[in-house]
Design a protein around this ligand. Structure first.
Ligand SMILES: Cc1cc2nc3c(=O)[nH]c(=O)nc-3n(C[C@H](O)[C@H](O)[C@H](O)COP(=O)(O)O)c2cc1C
Length: 363
């Protein structure tokens, strides 16, 4: 059954690209869209930053028509700031506005935003109402199961947010205390979806890293669609692979080396177009390790890529990699990136960096 968020039509079993700070910017979203993402979100934007007109916050409002349907995500703990931000977002006309009530990092929760709001459902309801009243766009929420093991209140949260007008809910199957540790628990996501009082679409999120898992979880928990984050980093093909498996029951071959390099080049091109030649090259550095994951003896090339200073230099190294690995014809397999991004506990280890929200990602 096709899914609708307000009046936005989505296909049957839609796949959503998760908002990811310092990752899901327009260049990354472009390659995810090309490879089958049905709905994408901006990185989260501080409502305080937006109303202060901070350049970084404003830049995150940028998107292209190609990306539609597209949602802008914001966070905040103050009714007025969220309400004003919703109006600012309205003006750039995305397809929907999402509120982040799930960010676990200290500097966000200390300000009473993100997952902190899970500790006060009345406040969450007031904040959500303020946003719903301030925009004509459909409002969605992304949150977690609860603050900690002892206070998993997502079932109450879902009902109360639906009652004040949200049009879809995405649930990350962890509590705030878990951060990104352990396995996501989907039982409660399923309980929310199967609550007869809940009529809005419910999207499940957390640890989806293969077509098989995606389809099993869809069937087991009955969710309307899936949101995918870390598995798409350096592997935007995850969307088309899940779709193919869902539709045919057979696994699509992993991308060839030509495809991997081709998509990496497109990402680079979009990065330079959107950020300019200096920042565009610099910020692409965090993606190469993931695009090249699993290729044997790739370390030296990776080093060359992160040292290259111009688009031409990077392009020439990437083309050399393509030629070399075409001849070697390595067995292509889907890299497992979940651990890579959350704790970097993998053998082929890229360096980690913490983005400004404190999320650990790879460089
Ligand atoms: C680098 C990084 C940045 C993230 N930034 C955001 C964000 O801006 N907003 C948000 O709601 N969640 C953010 N998240 C959480 C993801 O959206 C998602 O809920 C989480 O990664 C679990 O999904 P996954 O297992 O598919 O990765 C971020 C996660 C990572 C790894």
């Amino acid at each position: 059954m096709p899914v609708k968020i307000g009046s936005i039509p989505l296909p049957d079993f839609p796949l959503l690209l998760a908002p990811m700070e310092d990752v899901s910017d327009p260049p990354f979203r472009f390659v995810c869209k090309q490879n089958g993402a049905d709905l994408m979100y901006s990185e989260f934007i501080s409502s305080e930053g937006l109303i202060r007109d901070a350049i970084k916050s404003r830049q995150k409002l940028d998107f292209s028509e190609f990306e539609r349907p597209f949602g802008i995500q914001m966070f905040g703990g103050d009714e007025e700031a969220l309400s004003l931000s919703a109006k600012i977002i309205d003006a750039v006309q995305p397809d929907l506005v999402d509120i982040n009530f799930g960010c676990p990092v200290k500097k966000v929760v200390c300000k009473g935003a993100g997952a902190a709001v899970l500790k006060d459902v009345d406040l969450m309801v007031r904040l959500t109402e303020a946003v719903v009243r301030s925009t004509a766009l459909p409002v969605t929420v992304k949150t977690r199961l609860g603050w900690d093991e002892q206070s998993k209140n997502i079932e109450e949260v879902a009902e109360r947010l639906q009652d004040v007008g949200i049009k879809a809910l995405t649930i990350h199957g962890r509590t705030r205390s878990q951060l990104y540790k352990g396995e996501a628990d989907w039982q409660l996501i399923g309980a929310v979806k199967n609550n007869p009082r809940i009529t809005i679409p419910v999207f499940g999120n957390g640890d989806i890293d293969s077509p098989e898992k995606a389809v099993v979880y869809k069937e087991r928990y009955g969710v309307d669609g899936l949101m995918i984050g870390r598995s798409a980093i350096g592997y935007p093909w995850v969307f088309r692979e899940i779709k193919h498996y869902h539709q045919t029951g057979s696994l699509l071959s992993p991308p060839t080396i030509e495809e991997r390099i081709g998509v990496c080049l497109t990402h680079l091109q979009k990065s330079v177009e959107w950020k300019g030649p200096v920042l565009g090259i610099l910020e692409m550095r965090r993606h190469y390790a993931n695009y090249l994951k699993g290729l044997p003896h790739i370390k030296d090339y990776r080093l060359q890529l992160v040292q290259a200073k111009t688009q031409e230099e990077v392009t020439s190294v990437l083309l050399e990699i393509k030629e070399k690995y075409l001849q070697l014809n390595p067995v292509q397999s889907r890299p497992n990136v979940l651990n890579h991004v959350s704790d970097c506990s993998f053998t082929d280890k890229p360096t980690c960096f913490q983005n400004s929200a404190g999320f650990t990602t790879v460089q």
